[in-house]
Design a protein around this ligand. Structure first.
Ligand SMILES: Nc1ncnc2c1ncn2[C@@H]1O[C@H](COP(=O)(O)OP(=O)(O)OP(=O)(O)O)[C@@H](O)[C@H]1O
Ligand SMILES: O[C@H]1[C@H](O)[C@@H](O)[C@H](O)[C@@H](O)[C@H]1O
Length: 348
């Protein structure tokens, strides 16, 4: 996979298939529940795709249980109901940090897996395998790579295992995950820097485009022959939940629009940075979205006219930055990175 742009001949309304369960997220600090929100990578991703592009028509395959609380929030993408099951539930403990990770996650309930037969027998331009609680099976991913031209995978869908007693999320090496044999058929593999420790990046980049996100530092793209660091946007973080999901939504929105991979990843950084400023799903400002759409179209035109545009990457960042602050009540010069505890402090 090359990282440079080849003029796209895309048709409007490209079909994207998003596969992964919605979940209930409970955020906990100091033995206190700080927030309960709709979660699941699929929900964050569809929020970005639906708001950022008019050229995408997305199908979302997700399962929830009888207790699902957010039917009114997901009217565009109704989940399948597993009446005998609970909705997948994660508790995120922000005061139990281990190593580099910013929170300890426990899967307290798990809904049904998504089976190949739950996925339509139809063709898609793009597939996104974005499970959170082990709901994507190897045979599910196999069907996705068969029916989608390109598949983007979040490694969290493949390498998570769950403690049998308290549900704590642990990671296994990708080689031992049961998905390893499918990696040569995947287009994009996204991992956070913690998750990237559970794969051999040098090996994977020969099979697919690897994107490693690093929170406030942005991300790094590993193509077969080249490597690019993509700069972050400044944000005041109150809750990191969903940053990686919104990043992936922005990346795929950019790719579907015909941007090259680094530019699409910049769009990913953009939506990731907005997400950390909100608890739960961010609601994007309509003027900000309009500005982003205009900048994406402008960038596409610029790239189609020139084959040596890669140095303009910084310019795209500079043009998106002001749009970024249309969504924030804060002025750019006042923004510093903070943590969820800052938010809790201000709520007291
Ligand atoms: N504090 C921050 N400031 C600016 N941008 C951020 C920040 N945190 C995350 N981002 C953006 O979001 C992207 C994804 O974040 P991160 O690397 O934390 O993913 P993740 O660990 O998969 O997230 P999560 O599991 O919380 O959804 C980053 O590459 C970056 O662009
Ligand atoms: O809603 C969140 C989000 O989707 C995160 O990306 C995932 O790591 C969590 O498990 C989930 O609860």
């Amino acid at each position: 996979m090359t990282l440079t742009h080849s003029p796209s001949h895309q048709t409007p309304n490209r079909r994207v298939l998003i596969v992964g369960n919605y979940c209930h997220d409970v955020l906990i600090q100091n033995n206190t529940i700080i927030a309960e929100t709709l979660g699941g990578a699929a929900s964050f991703i569809s929020n970005v795709l639906d708001s950022s592009s008019t050229s995408i028509s997305s199908d979302l395959i997700s399962k929830v249980g009888h207790d699902f609380k957010y039917h009114r929030h997901v009217t565009h993408h109704r989940p399948l109901l597993s009446p005998d099951k609970d909705t997948t539930l994660f508790e995120a403990y922000f005061d139990l940090k281990i190593g580099h990770s910013d929170r300890v996650l426990k899967r307290v309930a798990a809904c049904d897996p998504i089976l190949p037969s739950d996925i339509p027998d139809s063709r898609f331009d793009f597939g996104m395998a974005v499970g959170v609680g082990g709901e994507i099976l190897p045979e599910t991913l196999e069907k996705m790579v068969e029916i989608c031209d390109v598949v983007a995978v979040d490694i969290q869908a493949l390498i998570r295992v769950f403690d049998p007693v308290d549900g704590e999320v642990k990671l296994v090496d990708l080689r031992e995950s049961g998905f390893y044999h499918l990696m040569g058929r995947v287009g994009f593999l996204k991992a956070s820097s913690d998750e990237a420790l559970f794969m051999d990046v040098e090996e994977m980049r020969r099979l697919c485009c690897v994107v490693v996100t690093s929170g406030e530092k942005g991300c790094r793209i590993y193509g077969k022959d080249d490597e690019v660091v993509v700069a972050p946007f400044v944000a005041k973080q109150v809750d990191p939940t969903g940053a990686g999901d919104s990043f992936l939504g922005g990346l795929v929105a950019g790719l579907v629009e015909g941007l090259d991979v680094p530019d699409a990843a910049l769009l990913g950084n953009f939506f990731g940075s907005i997400t950390v400023e909100h608890i739960g799903q961010p609601k994007f400002d309509s003027m900000m979205l309009q500005r982003v759409k205009e900048e994406v179209q402008r960038r596409k035109k610029q790239c189609n006219l020139s084959s040596s545009h890669n140095n303009d990457h910084n310019e795209f960042h500079a043009r998106l930055s002001p749009a970024r602050f249309q969504d924030s009540p804060l002025q750019p010069e006042l923004l510093v990175n903070g943590h969820i505890s800052d938010m809790i402090g201000s709520c007291d």
